[in-house]
Ligand binder design. Sequence first.
Ligand SMILES: C[S@@+](CC[C@H](N)C(=O)[O-])C[C@H]1O[C@@H](n2cnc3c(N)ncnc32)[C@H](O)[C@@H]1O
Length: 196
Amino acid sequence: MAPELPFSQACDNNKAPILSVLARAFVHCRSILEVGSGTGQHAVYFAENLPHLTWQTSDQPHYHDGIHQWITAFPSANILSPLVLIVGESMLPFDKYDGVFTANTAHIMQKDEVVAMMSSLSTSLPQGAVFCQYGPFTRDGVFSSDSNAQFHQRLLEQGYGGYRDIRELMDWAPALTLTAIHTMPANNLLLEWVKA
Ligand SMILES: C[S@@+](CC[C@H](N)C(=O)[O-])C[C@H]1O[C@@H](n2cnc3c(N)ncnc32)[C@H](O)[C@@H]1O
């Protein structure tokens, strides 16, 4: 790997376990939108390993150079240059995709942004579309570990939105059915939703 590429150790650690879930969840999908691609590491790995999909990256503009660098370093025919997509500001084009993926975004976004993302997914996704949402969440208000509770507190102190509870995500997305809660390494979860 070129040393100048932006790098997330967490992404490198979790990409294979996430892929094992996405390979099944997106098996009937064709066109995936990723919200908050970050470094771009996940995108190039999933695009290479899920060649039946077209993988549309997106993020806030200041992430785009890094995503372009990863796509240039690890090109795939099925990965697309990032869209500017800012939840809470951009039009959210969920109606154009039969799958959406996002990782580690709900605890970074402000609460109103997560509400906007979930409600837009609920209203705009085509029938049968799949939404896979990876990250740390609380279940019925309970943190999965002490370290997660401490991280949530640090996020709040730094001005981020902090962990969201699975129940509130369900409430904000009434047309989505939560079909599976996958337990992932490092006390994370992958929530698999389907548009009814
Ligand atoms: C912790 S990083 C995760 C990046 C990558 N998905 C990963 O798993 O490594 C949080 C990501 O959420 C994105 N993000 C935060 N607020 C956002 C918003 N309102 N709209 C779109 N993306 C947002 C950031 O730009 C960043 O890419």
